[in-house]
Design a protein around this ligand. Structure first.
Ligand code: NDP
Ligand code: MG
Length: 389
């Protein structure tokens, strides 16, 4: 039986991972699941998968769940997992949203033989720390963000020196062919035409910030120079990445817009009789009209941030994630407009209090977490003050 851990099991990626496991229930044993506050859903997951270890990070909800399940170990955080979780998992999925996923990801690497990471923020902010832990515990790593899984599945048979160009595709989100007005509500902005995802990543897709993050994520995972990356709009989202090699070959990786494809492949990788998930697939005739377009900065002003990404790994990556996280949060709370996300992020990254981090290397987790708090607080004050003026 494959032993499984899922960080963020009540989220979009977490739920899809459990749906795959449920189809083959007698082949899996779920060791640990986690949520921030969705104790209703995790209660159902405990019963369905007979889980004995649960992390609930929201303090109030932790106390409620602890009273409800006497025979299940309920933890308030990931700090004590080490001692209590005696067996090593075969597979862990890291799918907490935001930079808050970094600490749990680092903790769980030593508890699993393979880790699939969907949580892009932890890769962007803490890749150096993740890499160290992967090496130390000989844990296998697979990226699950669909573009990165596609690139990874191609590049594992090549050397990075053979790569001429890597193109990431972006659907363009809900506003590709629609004028963006000041009064766009969160409900409209989170309504992605091709993917069903959590709120934060849906907003990042609408602004295109998600693609900026994916370039940083890919640069780190594959250790390929920044200048070799490009972004193209591909509204149908059939193609996830295009890799051009110096030997003339171009590999295009396509699959339908179903995250269960990279998730399931990351679970079953290397198995001879892989269990394939049911997916609607791509009608091959649709490949006749793939349609790739250049990104217009008029429609997606955040594309200019590509020029600001640092070549070397620096704390500026955390600054970028944290400013954006806070701005998205303010938008979701109706405190700033959708257009403000793009304009404020471009303004803030140039301010000296943040740009000084371009030249600082990340050292440890505490430093990254402290910086995240500082940047979020500053972003909140600066954005709300300028809003009131
Ligand atoms: P969701 O918002 O749907 O789910 C997030 C999960 O993390 C939930 O289980 C949530 O618990 C938990 N969580 C949120 N905040 C905290 C916290 N502070 N501490 C502990 N747990 C927390 O996100 P998605 O599933 O959409 O995305 C997860 C990650 O995967 C993100 O980093 C995203 O960028 C990445 N990703 C997602 C894709 C997708 O298709 N959804 C595609 C590619 C990458 P609760 O339910 O209680 O809020
Ligand atoms: Mg992606």
């Amino acid at each position: 039986m494959k032993k499984i851990i899922i960080l963020g099991s009540t989220g979009s990626i977490g739920k899809q991972t459990l749906e795959i496991i449920k189809k083959d229930k007698n082949k899996f044993k779920v060791l640990l699941l986690s949520t921030d506050k969705n104790i209703n859903l995790i209660s159902k997951q405990i019963k369905t998968f007979k889980v004995k270890n649960i992390v609930v990070t929201n303090k109030k909800k932790y106390k409620i769940l602890k009273k409800k399940f006497k025979k299940v170990k309920i933890f308030p955080d990931f700090n004590k997992i080490d001692k209590d979780l005696k067996v090593k998992a075969d597979y862990a999925m890291s799918a907490i949203s935001g930079i808050e996923g970094l600490r749990p990801t680092l903790k769980i690497i030593k508890k699993t033989k393979r880790i699939a990471i969907a949580n892009k923020e932890s890769i962007i902010c803490g890749w150096e720390l993740i890499q160290k832990e992967l090496k130390r515990h000989k844990t296998e790593f697979i990226p699950v963000d669909s573009e990165h899984f596609s690139i990874w599945s191609v590049l594992k048979d090549y050397h990075k020196k053979d790569v001429e160009k890597i193109i990431l595709t972006a659907s363009g989100g809900p506003f590709l062919n629609q004028k963006i007005t000041k009064d766009i509500k969160p409900k409209v902005a989170t309504n992605h035409p091709n993917w069903k995802m959590g709120k934060k990543i849906s907003i990042d897709s609408a602004t295109l910030m998600n693609k900026i993050f994916e370039v940083i994520e890919a640069k780190k995972i594959f250790d390929v120079e920044l200048k070799k990356f490009d972004i193209l709009i591909h509204p149908k989202s059939y193609v996830h990445a295009i890799v051009k090699f110096k030997n003339g070959l171009i590999k295009i990786i396509a699959h339908d817009t179903n995250m269960k494809i990279p998730i399931s492949n990351s679970i079953h990788l290397g198995e001879s009789n892989q269990r394939f998930i049911k997916s609607k697939g791509i009608n091959i005739s649709n490949l006749n009209s793939l349609n790739f377009q250049k990104v217009k900065s008029k429609n997606f002003p955040v594309i200019n941030i590509l020029k600001k990404i640092t070549k070397k790994n620096s704390l500026f990556d955390t600054v970028l994630v944290s400013i954006n996280d806070e701005l998205v949060n303010l938008f979701l709370k109706n405190k700033i407009s959708f257009l403000d996300i793009s304009s404020k992020i471009r303004l803030l990254i140039n301010s000296p209090i943040f740009s000084k981090f371009r030249h600082q290397k990340p050292n440890d987790l505490a430093q990254i977490e402290k910086l995240n708090e500082f940047v979020r607080l500053k972003t909140r004050t600066l954005s709300v003050i300028s809003q009131k003026k």
